[in-house]
Each structure stands twice: as C-alpha cells, then as structure tokens.
Design a protein around this ligand. Structure first.
Ligand SMILES: CCCCCCCC/C=C\CCCCCCCC(=O)N[C@@H](CO)[C@H](O)/C=C/CCCCCCCCCCCCC
Ligand SMILES: O=c1ccn([C@@H]2O[C@H](COP(=O)(O)OP(=O)(O)O[C@H]3OC[C@@H](O)[C@H](O)[C@H]3O)[C@@H](O)[C@H]2O)c(=O)[nH]1
Length: 431
C-alpha cells in the first residue's frame, strides 16, 4: 500500500514537471519579444525616457570584447552614460575601452581603474566606484560578455513600471560558431529558459545578474550594493532585497545575448558547476528539487513507477517521455530564439542529448566541495550563500607564471600584473 502511494507521488511529480513545461512555453510565447513593435516602443516618448547609468564591470579581454562593448556605444537611447571599471591598472580591457571612448567622443563614457576591496565578491568590488559615481536613478548592470541591441535599453525601460524595482534579462546567447556555442545556446534556450520563465510566471525569484536594470533609490533602501557583496550569488540576493522593499522583479521581453569569445565546453561546465554550488548553498532545498527537474532522472523514476502502477513497459515509457520532453524543449527554444534556430536540427539533437546526460554529473560535481573559483579568485561558499575569499590573484602568480584560465565563459586571459612582469623578467634573465 505504502509502495503504491510512493509510486503515485512519483507520477504526480512527473505531471508537475509537464506543468512547468506548459507554463514556460505559454508564458514565453505571451511575454517574449512583445515590446518590440514600433507602437509599443513609442508608448514612451524620448523626452519621457529616464537617463540610464550602465555599469560594465570588466576583467580581462577576449576576442569578442570590442564588439560586445561597442554595441553599448551604438544604442538608440536619448540619455545614458557608460561606466566601465577594471580591478587594476594592468587589466588588458583598459586598452579596448580607451580606444572605444576615443572612437565615440559623443557618448558619455568613463573608465574607473582600480576596484575597492570592501567585500568578498570581486564583481561588487569592481562596481563600487561606478555605482557611487552614477548620475542617474536607473542603473543597468551588464556583464562583460553581453552584446546588446540598439533597442534593448528602451525595452527594459518600458518594463520598468512604477511598481517595478528590477528588470531582469533572462540569459540567452548570440549565435557563435562551433558545437560549444550550440551547446550553450541549447542550455540557455531549454532547461534554463524553462525554469526562468516558469519561475517568473509564478513570481518565484530566479535571477541571473548578467544583465539587469534597477532603481537605485530602491537598492539604496536595501543598503546599496555592498551588503550583497558577502554573497557570490549577489544577483539572487539583490533581487530578494528589492522584493522585500515591496517592488516587483520582472522579466524583460528581450533575453540577454551572451557573446563571450570563449565557447569551450570545459570552461562552460566549470561555470555551471560554480552556479550549481551557489544555488545549492544559497537555497539548499534545490539540492533535492533540481535533480527532479531533469529529464533523465524524472523519466527513470516515472517509468519505474508507471510500470508498477499502470503495467506499462518502462522502456517504452522512458523513450516516449524523452521524446515529448525533447519536442517541448524544441518549441521553447524556438520561442526564446524568436524564429528559426541558427543551427541545424541535428546539431540541436546532439547538443540536447549532451546537455540532458551531462546535467546530473554537473549537479553531482557541485556537491564535491564548497570551493569556488571565479575569475582569478578562490572562495569558500558557506551554507546560506555567504562566501569568504581563500586566495587572491597575487597568491597564484607567486606560485607559478602561467596563463590562467577563468572558470567562466571567458577566454584564457593573459594577465600582465606587476608581479607577473617581474617574474617573467627574472625567467628571461635566468634562461
Ligand atoms: C517534483 C518535480 C519538481 C521539479 C522542480 C524543478 C525545479 C528546478 C529547480 C531549479 C532549477 C534552477 C535553475 C535556475 C537557474 C538559476 C541560474 C543560476 O544558477 N544563477 C546564478 C548565477 O547567476 C545565481 O547566482 C543563482 C541564484 C539562485 C537562483 C535560484 C533559482 C531558483 C529557481 C527555481 C525555479 C523553479 C521553477 C519552478 C516553477 C514553478
Ligand atoms: O572578480 C570578479 C569577477 C567577475 N567580475 C565581473 O563580473 C561579471 C560576471 O563575471 P563572469 O562572466 O565571470 O561570470 P558569470 O557569467 O558566471 O556571472 C554570473 O554569475 C554569478 C553572478 O554572481 C553574476 O552576477 C552573474 O553575472 C563580468 O562582467 C566580470 O568582469 C569582476 O568584475 N570581478
């Protein structure tokens, strides 16, 4: 009897997963790209559009950095300022920013060199000075790998209604070459989009901080940026802080286009493992829930339950389950892409199968340690999401001179820090 009730619960959970699929498809279809028409955009005249301060915290360069940053200089928006920041004066991004500032003298753009070291989170440290210097009440935080379109800022402002405190762009990708790029696009267009869209449809906080617009006055009431610097999942906690002030967090109708120059699968996996660690430590219930949202795990459990309860062949059930899941994901990614995919159906199938089979392994890896490497720093994440730094950039450089790899979607960055130059010089002399 008890066994029957367990199998019944498994099938109910399975049905719940299909509900998530349906909600994400319906919400995505109804919401995404809906502010794009000229009529909608013209709802707010240029004179009524608020000024926007765009914060771009940078670390290192990759081959797409110039193209990505340039897209912010060519926006169709009446009043905005670009506030770039780099952690130190040896950062190679400085050259790229300076050359763009020279090429676009009419754009109000500044570069802040040297991060303040006030909190654990390196991204927050990098944004402290530009945040303080920002002229406008509407702030955009936009990561280094984001490429924007001329209408994005207008669209986000259109979503910033009086009761809204934060507008998030759900993560997606610009089309890039190679299987790694297809894989990333399938990851963000299927599993990530499903959870992000259904969570937002149900008013559940599901944030990614790579591109978001917020009201400074609201964030300031929550203490400003720095109180969130004790977390690495600062995006999640900032959204939570804004909701606590009674403001809504809404999804922009345009997804964020990630366009980093590095599409290596191994680096992308490191980034996903880091994110998994942040989620599990910040919201431990996800340790149990997240695997249940995966097609393979859900399908295996439901097919065993169905074979006992309904006398259905488990293999036939499992294959049917995967097939419908695959088709739902295909519909969803077409909605997120807003048209035909920039790769073949076969590539979609290959990337989808790869993602579905890798997902349990990535979640498992997230459990291995609480140590996280982000850019050039190592952190230990505590239960609840707070972090402590356990290594600084200089520590590793003293140990060995090497090109270091970021654990995110960034290319291997050749850093030219003072220490590195010194060590390289000494190597050159001795060899
Ligand atoms: C019985 C079946 C139950 C199935 C439930 C399926 C639940 C799926 C759970 C989690 C999926 C998580 C994917 C969210 C992506 C978050 C991206 C991310 O990692 N971002 C980090 C980096 O930017 C960020 O720092 C982390 C923030 C924490 C985010 C926590 C999000 C929780 C969202 C839960 C969504 C559930 C959707 C259910 C809708 C009804
Ligand atoms: O030490 C750091 C780390 C990161 N950053 C900046 O932070 C931004 C995001 O960094 P990455 O691209 O490496 O990382 P992700 O795309 O994984 O970030 C994402 O996940 C973690 C969240 O806390 C971030 O808000 C989110 O953007 C970049 O603009 C990067 O330059 C710093 O300025 N200093």
């Amino acid at each position: 009897m008890q066994f029957l009730s367990v199998t019944g619960e498994i099938l109910l959970g399975w049905l719940f997963c299909w509900l998530i699929h349906i909600v994400s498809i319906c919400y995505g279809f109804r919401h995404l790209y809906k502010n794009q028409g000229p009529v909608k955009q013209a709802d707010i005249g240029d004179e009524a559009l608020p000024g926007v301060s765009i914060l771009k915290p940078l670390t290192g360069v990759d081959k797409n950095l110039k193209e990505n940053l340039e897209s912010f200089f060519t926006q169709d928006y009446p009043q905005f300022e670009l506030l770039f920041s780099v952690p130190d004066d040896h950062d190679p991004a400085i050259l790229v920013v300076k050359s763009l500032i020279e090429s676009y003298p009419k754009v109000d753009a500044k570069l802040f060199i040297g991060a303040q070291d006030v909190v654990s989170n390196g991204k927050i440290n990098n944004m402290v000075r530009p945040y303080e210097a920002a002229k406008f009440n509407i702030i955009v935080i936009s990561d280094t790998g984001i490429k924007t379109t001329p209408t994005t800022l207008r669209e986000m402002v259109t979503c910033m209604k009086p009761d809204v405190g934060l507008v998030l762009q759900m993560p997606y990708c610009a089309p890039r070459k190679g299987f790694g790029a297809v894989y990333q696009q399938v990851y963000f267009g299927t599993m990530q989009a499903r959870n992000c869209l259904s969570a937002n449809a149900c008013n559940i906080n599901c944030s990614t901080g790579m591109s978001c617009m917020l009201r400074r006055e609201v964030l300031d009431k929550a203490g400003g940026l720095t109180p969130f610097g004790k977390y690495l999942a600062e995006d999640h906690f900032i959204a939570e802080g804004i909701r606590q002030q009674g403001y809504k967090v809404v999804l922009s109708t345009l997804p964020a286009l990630q366009n980093s120059g590095n599409c290596q699968i191994s680096d992308f996996h490191k980034r996903l493992v880091r994110w998994a660690k942040l989620r599990m430590t910040s919201l431990p219930t996800l340790i149990f829930l997240e695997p249940l949202g995966e097609s393979v795990i859900q399908g295996a459990a439901a097919s065993i339950a169905a074979s006992y309860l309904l006398d259905i062949s488990p293999l036939a059930f499992f294959i049917g389950h995967l097939l419908v899941w695959f088709l739902s994901d295909y519909i969803l990614i077409r909605i997120v892409q807003n048209g035909p995919l920039p790769f073949s159906k076969f590539e979609f199938l290959a990337a989808w199968l790869f993602r579905e089979t890798m997902a349990p392994y990535i979640l498992l890896q997230g459990h291995m340690t609480h140590h996280v490497t982000w850019r050039n720093r190592k952190y230990r994440v505590k239960w609840g999401g707070e972090v402590e730094r356990i290594s600084e950039p200089g520590d590793e450089l003293e140990e060995k001179v090497e090109k270091y790899q970021t654990d995110s979607d960034n290319v291997t960055v050749q850093r030219s820090s003072k220490k590195m130059v010194e060590i390289l010089n000494s190597v050159a002399v001795t060899s």
